[in-house]
Design a protein around this ligand. Structure first.
Ligand SMILES: Nc1nc2c(ncn2[C@@H]2O[C@H](COP(=O)(O)OP(=O)(O)OP(=O)(O)O)[C@@H](O)[C@H]2O)c(=O)[nH]1
Ligand SMILES: [Mg+2]
Ligand SMILES: [Zn+2]
Length: 314
């Protein structure tokens, strides 16, 4: 029977069958995504075929239907592996905070790169509006205007006092939306504020004893009463891109791509080539320097990893 994966724990998958039953499943056989090495071959949002096991509430996933899209990140523990965050989504919300935890420069750009390369509409959601000082609010405004120029909408919300939540609800209606972002920014709290009765576990940032503690440890999809689905995910530490080459990066920074047709060389990477329209735009201020720095830092990461791979080939 056909179904959709609503939770993935690594070993087990929860599949919601066409008849609405929730079944615990395992995977039979190998599922691949091109040449990529994956830590998890099936993700939340995947459409699958399940062979039900007789007399049991369990099944085997025997077939994966083609994906309309997917979001990947590099595995934290195994750097040569990618991790599928979710599949078949209509849009993504990247949740950030100016404070508690502090905004990490470059993270938004890295996340946007992973959704832009699959043409997934993405919104930047700034949570915890209730705690911001005037200075924090100015940072938020700067962020909003920077990304508005590039073409991404920023929305200020608070899971705690409800600011902006109605706005989010209208965006979520009848769509499947992925929530992603660092640990502690309030992804699960926002879902609790949006949908009554879920009571997903959340934890105070101050209770995080050091690194690597995540309250949400598995991705899970929740159905919304107003129509649509929302996917909660574990906090992301960093976004790496072993699956991309430098040209992919250049193509998926919107404003860089738009300017690149005016560069002298068709294969310009906008680093230190002569007559580079992108660098000229950075100098004149029409491309934001912070975005350009993110671009360079991602390229650096990719090149470093590639040379490391070459060395280990010997
Ligand atoms: N002041 C304030 N605190 C918030 C808000 N949203 C969430 N929090 C708090 O932030 C902490 C972390 O929230 P979570 O919802 O667990 O964060 P998360 O992003 O799901 O974290 P992981 O599951 O670890 O990825 C909790 O103590 C929440 O109560 C908000 O809008 N305002
Ligand atoms: Mg959570
Ligand atoms: Zn150039």
């Amino acid at each position: 029977m056909k179904g959709i994966v609503t939770k993935s724990t690594g070993k087990w998958y929860i599949v919601k069958l066409e008849d609405e039953r929730l079944i615990r499943c395992r995977i039979k056989g190998k599922f691949r995504l091109g040449k990529l090495k994956l830590t998890n071959p099936i993700a939340v949002g995947d459409l699958v075929f399940v062979n039900l096991e007789k007399g049991l509430e369990t099944g085997m996933i025997s077939k994966l239907y083609p994906r309309s899209n997917y979001v990947l990140r590099q595995s934290t523990r195994r750097k040569h592996f990618m991790h599928l965050i979710a599949a078949n989504i209509d849009q993504a919300f990247i949740i950030v905070t100016i404070r508690e935890p502090m905004l990490k420069p470059g993270f938004i750009d890295r996340f946007l790169l992973s959704t832009e390369s699959h043409n997934i509409p993405t919104y930047i959601i700034v949570n915890k509006a209730d705690i911001y000082s005037e200075d924090d609010m100015n940072i938020q405004k700067g962020l909003a205007s920077l990304y508005e120029e590039v073409g991404y909408k920023t929305i200020l919300v608070s899971a705690l006092d409800g600011e902006g939540i109605e706005n989010l609800k209208s965006l979520l209606k009848d769509k499947t939306t992925l929530l992603s972002g660092h640990s502690g920014v309030g992804k699960s709290s926002l879902i609790n504020a949006i949908q009554n009765g879920l009571e997903i576990e959340t934890r105070q940032v101050s209770e995080y004893s050091g690194k690597g503690i995540h309250t949400t440890t598995f991705s899970q999809m929740y159905e919304l009463d107003n129509g649509g689905n929302i996917i909660d995910t574990p906090g992301i530490k960093e976004m790496g891109f072993i699956n991309m080459n430098p040209m992919d990066v250049a193509h998926n920074f919107r404003e860089i791509f738009d300017r690149s047709e005016h560069c002298k060389y068709g294969n310009c990477m906008h680093i230190n080539e002569p007559q580079c329209a992108v660098k000229e735009s950075v100098e004149s201020g029409s491309i934001n320097i912070l975005r350009y720095q993110s671009y360079l830092s991602i390229l650096e990461d990719i090149m470093e990893q590639n040379s490391w791979e070459r060395e280990t080939d010997w």
